[in-house]
Design a protein around this ligand. Structure first.
Ligand SMILES: Nc1ncnc2c1ncn2[C@@H]1O[C@H](COP(=O)(O)OP(=O)(O)O)[C@@H](O)[C@H]1O
Ligand SMILES: [Mg+2]
Length: 236
């Protein structure tokens, strides 16, 4: 089964939606549209009767109600989503053992894992910051991913892409990675997203342009492709 964003162009590009019971990642810089994109996915799931938990580290209840709830695609489904507003504190994860992390997640979602079909973790960057140790962070992410696999939960992790330096490990254990960025084009800066990875289906490699409006993410026509290249094909 495919879990759609409810955004046709993106759903088509990833082979119909995110594959059931997989771990996925949306990454990009701050303000690019990660939370809005994840909310589309959560809203579409709730609309289809899925049990959806949204763990938000960057929003509080009030700002979520005056922000995400106002998008039209949230109108009928906002109250069906199990919103959890959390402040990540390393002390709830120490020592980092599988049991400890499972317990912390289950306590946080306040639902029986078997009642959860979809989970959004927005953002795992706050976990990374709280733990301040890439090895521990990788283990926590791994244990969270395993917990999802064990309970047939489809997970969407949100992560802030580093402006410089190495990417974290999250994209390596994710079965799909969607990267949102600002591209410097002839018309100035434009929002666009690109599928870096998607298991089990082929996908376009070019940038898909989009805008953010009161409707949420709205795709524009066409693609962004690089205007220069370093290699040309020769048949012999
Ligand atoms: N109603 C709206 N109309 C147009 N643009 C909006 C609207 N709401 C938010 N935005 C844009 O979306 C951006 C934030 O998107 P968000 O998904 O919260 O980003 P992040 O990637 O940090 O999670 C804002 O900086 C703004 O540019
Ligand atoms: Mg956000």
């Amino acid at each position: 089964m495919k879990l759609k964003f409810g955004l046709k162009r993106l759903d088509d590009a990833i082979g119909g939606g995110l594959d059931e019971n997989t771990v996925n990642l949306v990454t990009g810089r701050s303000g690019i549209g990660k939370t809005i994109l994840a909310s589309h996915w959560a809203a579409e799931g709730a609309k289809n009767g899925m049990g959806v938990a949204y763990l938000a580290t960057t929003l509080v209840k009030r700002s979520c109600e005056t922000y995400l709830k106002k998008f039209r695609f949230m109108e009928d489904v906002y109250d069906k989503i199990h919103w959890r507003f959390i402040r990540v504190d390393a002390k709830y994860m120490m020592p980092v053992t599988r049991e400890r992390i499972e317990q912390a997640v289950i306590t946080t979602i306040k639902m029986k894992p078997e009642d959860v079909d979809m989970i959004v973790f927005d953002t795992v960057t706050d976990l990374d910051k709280a733990l301040a140790d890439p090895v521990l962070f990788r283990r926590v992410i791994k244990y969270m991913a395993d917990l999802c696999y064990k309970n047939d939960i489809t997970a969407l992790f949100i992560e802030e892409a580093p402006m410089m330096g190495d990417w974290s490990e999250t994209k390596n254990l994710s079965e799909s990675v969607i990267f949102l960025d600002l591209l410097h084009t002839e018309n100035g800066y434009e929002r666009a997203m690109r599928i870096l990875k998607k298991y089990r289906s082929s996908h376009p490699l070019e940038w898909i342009p989009y805008d953010i409006t009161d409707e949420g993410i709205v795709f524009k026509e066409g693609w962004y492709v690089r205007r220069d290249y370093s290699y040309i094909y020769k048949s012999d």
